[in-house]
Design a protein around this ligand. Sequence first.
Ligand code: 2M8
Length: 466
Amino acid sequence: MDEDQISESLPEQSAAGGGTPQVDPQAARVLRRNSLESWTRPAPTLYPHQWSWDSAFIALGLAHLDDRRAAQELETLFSGQWATGKLPHIIFNPDAPPKSYFPDAERWNSSALSSDAPDERQTSGLCQPPVHAIAVLRIWEAAQNRGEERRLSLARSFLSQSYPRLFSWHRYLATARDPEGSGLVTIYHPWESGTDNSPRWDETLEAVEVGEDLPPYTRYDLEHVSDPSQRPSNEEYDRYLWLLELLKRARYEEAEIYESHPFLVKDVLFSSILVAANEALLKIAEVVGADEGEREHVRSWIKRGREGLEKRWDEELKLCLDYDLRAEEPARVRTVGGFAPLIAGGLSQERLEDLLKTLDSPAFAGNPELRWSLPPSTSPEEPGFHPRSYWRGPVWPVANWLLWWSLLRAGEPERAERMRRETLDQLAEGGFAEYFEPFTGEALGSSDQSWTAAVALDFLAAGRSS
Ligand code: 2M8
């Protein structure tokens, strides 16, 4: 890619309508630095490959700078799609420095084990939340805002190429990952949730017995953070690697996994993103004039998804809970995942009020000790809360983006605006970190995280257009 393309297309004016002036060019610089030819590393050293939902967020940020490059980001990701429709969670970069990330392509060995995996690209065998249709639609909306016919026609053809990819991705999730027809997606590994070491998975993970024949491995992630306690523990890693081993033994076959795998969880956050992404897919279907039968499927997935989430509502906690299919129990822990119905949308007034009350309460964004009124990834009132450990408590700007976007769709512009401004203020103070300590605002994890920069760009664009 033309390295200067992104900075050249930066808007001259700084963030009108909220946000801090210097955030805008700095965010673009982070994306430029992390960008390779047609895709973007989530972080320069910690994550040297292409990650699925990171790329979707990155594309929606890039949509405001360079729509062609934004489209390319997703096209590159689609090139790793499996025959089943699955979009893998990692596409490996053959040029990544040796020993920079583990588990690597060799450990996953997916193209040798599964005829569904692509031959040309090396990928992991898992997937991640389906933000992609939302990003594709953002690229279309950005082109519409520019109003130039040439850009619109490029965006239209990108939508036409993306639509079948997205449809088969969503169909895979609605079928292979939901054989029960519950409307909720089953995940096979905490990495699929994107909220890796969240206490949401603690009980299920603790029940996983690591086999004695777990092949040895070396972690490289700890070399890239200042303090290892910010990352998942070694015990968690053993279980992550053991689950991976079991998936390989099942040759990544869905039916086989469903039979034997110890980690089968209905993930409400993942499922809610699928509902929102299906809404985006319906809009894309309209632009490209897609088949009515397919649109009918998408509508039925939306309906089923919302009904499934409603069944997982916990009246006492006033949040939605994941469900462990093996233990046949919900995971009774308060995390940002619990706001899933807000993300899925289509709420009754009563449910919306419940969710807003929980969001504003001391269990989340209303906690008086917080540096910014932004929801910690795990409630500080939970025993599993840890303010510095990854998804166990820190504030994640991408999670704020999802909530902000959902609040807007739910007709809550003032609350949404508060979240947008506070997130931008946090970034102006702490930079584009991967995550933040909720009480001090200290930047944690990787320091130049692409998706953090990308959501900042989308927040700033929203400020300019309001
Ligand atoms: C984190 O996950 C990877 C494994 O997929 C890791 O810790 O090595 C998560 O935050 C995930 O949500 C994210 O997509 C990925 C890359 O930013 O990092």
